[in-house]
Design a protein around this ligand. Sequence first.
Ligand SMILES: [Zn+2]
Length: 290
Amino acid sequence: MPELPEVEGVVRDLKPLVEGKTIERVMLSEVVYNAATLGKQCIVKNANPADFELVVSGMNIAQIMRRSKYIFFHVSKDEESFLLISHLGMSGAWFVVNHLDEITEPKFRKHVHAVFTLNTGELLVYADIRRFGELRFIKELADHPPLTKMAPEPFDDDACDYFLAKCEQRKYANKPIKEVIMDGQVISGCGNIYATEALFTVKIRPTHKTSELSKECKIELFEAIRAVLLESIENGGSTISDYRSVNGGAGNMQDRLKMYSKKVCPACQTPTEAVVIAGRTSTYCPSCQK
Ligand SMILES: [Zn+2]
């Protein structure tokens, strides 16, 4: 699943390609429409597909930003501002092309679910193989309350204190530390890959109970998370399974990962072990991580 660095990469790629352009029309896939007729929501959330197409048409894309693992398209029409929010789920990908045939990987070309025709004639395309991604059109953040509960950006000055305070809450204190750092209400944008890496860096076992870690240890862990997220941003994110940056581009952080899905510890050569925490496989070194 794309985490903060991968989403940051998508945003950096999209900015020069679509900011300032206007969405002339929107076409959603048959799959999206069929789900709606069955009373389900596929990708487009909280809106009927036809209404979504209508309301997003004519919107000018003023700015694109990342917040946590979300892409925020700040759009406006007739001097009124709205947000089009994209979450990539497991395998969402954006493309900016002149024709759909330019999407070279068939698995993405076959799973195009939203085509935004821009005033330049280009197509801003959202493809999603497994369809866990989301597109949500809202007036403001309060219209979708989970967005207002997100932790600060990990690079913000108050993010570490926020994390430490959250760890004290009973809701989190008794949970394994890995589950806590992957919670978007505790730290923004840190998922399985970077949580695994940061815990290896500071030699903490992912199953360690949060309340049993010292404050110093938690600060060290937070700094390791921040460092690995930054390193990944600088390296274009990790290209793992179905994650791609814009137009099928790839990052190279996957080559720098030390513990995520490794069979042997790179520090001591001990075979790694794996445990499932919060539904995600957590790899760790039984010798280095206590
Ligand atoms: Zn080791």
